[in-house]
Ligand binder design. Structure first.
Ligand SMILES: *Cc1c(COP(=O)(O)O)cnc(C)c1O
Length: 468
């Protein structure tokens, strides 16, 4: 969310409002649009206010053509109805809305089972606004556990968190907000995510944990979580340091359990203390829900959990927010119930099929080199092939916008700042048909791009205005 500033100077806007917009208003209040940067003096009729806001929002992009976002852009109408029915329910009022609270509890239990918690009855977890909040909570638990183990040295020593340079920005926020040093494993050559040995080399007695990502925001690849845990086992044998792992499974937590059942990345690994996922990514719910789970009560220090009695009852909660809509949690439960394991498998498989087939078709055009193929997360990154000098990925991103497609272009972090990529995120609702239209649009652009004298997008940031 941008940190917004007020208007530079007082606006003088005199756009007139079409009389069709408003109810008949003989006193003439309807010829000028209301101010947009201070509260209007008087109310508007609801139909007029609706039309003004609605029309302005038409200029937003079409979310279904947004191949930049991981977040769900299509749900069934029934889910929409349920969400509308629950929009007045505050998730925090667990005592007033005990059934909503119960659905949240069931979702946590289902996820604990899905992620193979050794004893789902002692796993603990909560819903959040998204993975960012879930990661803050998980990071806080790691930090508090470390501080308790090192009470003789803390405060006084600064803790650190080890992770790949490809982490999502929420981990940089965590380190900044909670005063933890971020120790980042850089990319090297064609390795675009964490290397277990390099991560272990960064660990010391002040390491609160290591974050492994399933899968990387930058290219959709899964980090090697089991190998990471194995390397940390080795570290413990040699040094005695017992460093826990948090798995940031924002996307993969709802993909791998259905499509990669043999991949061991979750609570089956004893070193994995906690896991998060975004219900609103491959959990298939509209934005506003994430999940954080800890393998057992020891992994979540009790003193971080708050109990308030002023809503009635005495429900323990762990959250950064207080009030929050209940609708997304209800929608998550609906989707779990509606799809079940088989349904999720079918949906995620078809999304992966679209991703891998689209990646193959783009590769066949000859102008691009794939860095990933959409066979882990249904997400792939590509760059221009060697020998392509007339245009770059920023040109492709900018030109694709002309056909409505939002495909971000960006540079990779250390040590591959030299590499610029496009990333395509396939989601439920991005069908084979839409993918074919995308290829057709890209194919149509190529002759023009190839005729360019050189890459033409000067303001690379503005070309995509993209942030992870
Ligand atoms: C999207 C993402 C996040 C942040 O999740 P939100 O639900 O958008 O807050 C964190 N980590 C990874 C790996 C992600 O892909």
């Amino acid at each position: 969310m941008a940190l917004h500033k007020g208007p530079e100077k007082h606006e003088a806007r005199t756009v007139s409002v079409n009389p069709f917009f408003g109810e008949a208003n003989p006193v003439g209040g309807m010829t000028e649009a209301p101010p947009t940067h201070r509260l209007p003096d008087a109310p508007l009729p609801p139909s007029t206010a609706y039309q003004l806001v609605h029309d302005e929002l038409m200029l937003d992009g079409n979310s279904r053509l947004n191949l930049a976002t991981f977040v769900t852009t299509w749900m069934e109408p029934q889910a929409g109805v349920l969400m509308a029915e629950c929009r007045d329910k505050n998730m925090i009022d667990k005592d007033e809305y005990p059934r909503t609270a119960e659905l949240e509890r069931r979702c946590v239990a289902m996820l604990a089972d899905l992620w193979n918690a050794p004893d789902p009855s002692t796993a603990v977890g909560c819903s959040t606004t998204g993975s960012s909040e879930a990661c803050m909570l998980a990071g806080m638990a790691l930090k508090r556990r470390w501080a308790k183990r090192n009470a003789d040295r803390y405060p006084g020593t600064r803790p650190n968190l080890v992770m790949g340079v490809n982490v999502q920005v929420c981990w940089e926020k965590f380190c900044n907000f909670w005063e933890v040093d971020a120790r980042l494993v850089p990319m090297e050559g064609d390795r675009f995510h964490l290397d277990p040995q390099a991560a272990v080399a960064l660990c010391d007695e002040n390491t609160i944990g290591v974050v492994g990502i399933l899968g990387s925001t930058f290219d959709g690849s899964y980090e090697p979580i089991a190998e990471l845990c194995g390397a940390l086992d080795g570290l413990q044998e040699v040094t005695g340091l017992d460093v826990p792992v948090h798995v940031d499974a924002a996307s993969g937590g709802m993909v791998a359990p259905f499509l990669d059942e043999d991949l061991v990345w979750d609570f089956r690994l004893p070193r994995v203390a906690s896991i998060n996922t975004s219900g609103h990514k491959y959990g298939l719910v509209y934005p506003g829900v994430g999940w954080a789970l800890w393998r057992d009560r020891e992994a979540l220090p009790e003193e971080l959990v708050f109990r308030v009695n002023y809503l009635g009852g005495d429900m323990p909660t762990f959250a950064l927010n207080f009030s929050r809509p209940g609708a997304q949690v209800v929608a998550q439960y609906y989707t779990f119930l509606r799809l079940g394991r088989e349904g999720y498998r079918a949906v995620q498989q078809s999304t992966r099929d679209v991703a891998t087939s689209l990646a193959g078709k783009i590769e066949a055009l000859g102008d691009f080199r794939l860095l990933t193929r959409g066979d882990e997360l249904p997400v792939f990154a590509l760059t221009t092939a060697e020998g392509v000098t007339a245009y770059d990925v920023f040109d492709v991103s900018r030109r694709l916008r002309e056909s409505g497609w939002l495909v971000p272009a960006y540079t990779f972090p250390a040590h591959r700042e030299d590499l610029s990529v496009l990333r395509v995120v396939c989601r439920n609702g991005f069908s084979h048909d839409l993918a074919d239209l995308f290829v057709a649009d890209l194919t149509r652009l190529l002759p023009e791009l190839r005729r360019q004298p050189r890459p033409l997008t000067h303001d690379k940031g503005a070309a995509t205005s993209f942030h992870h």
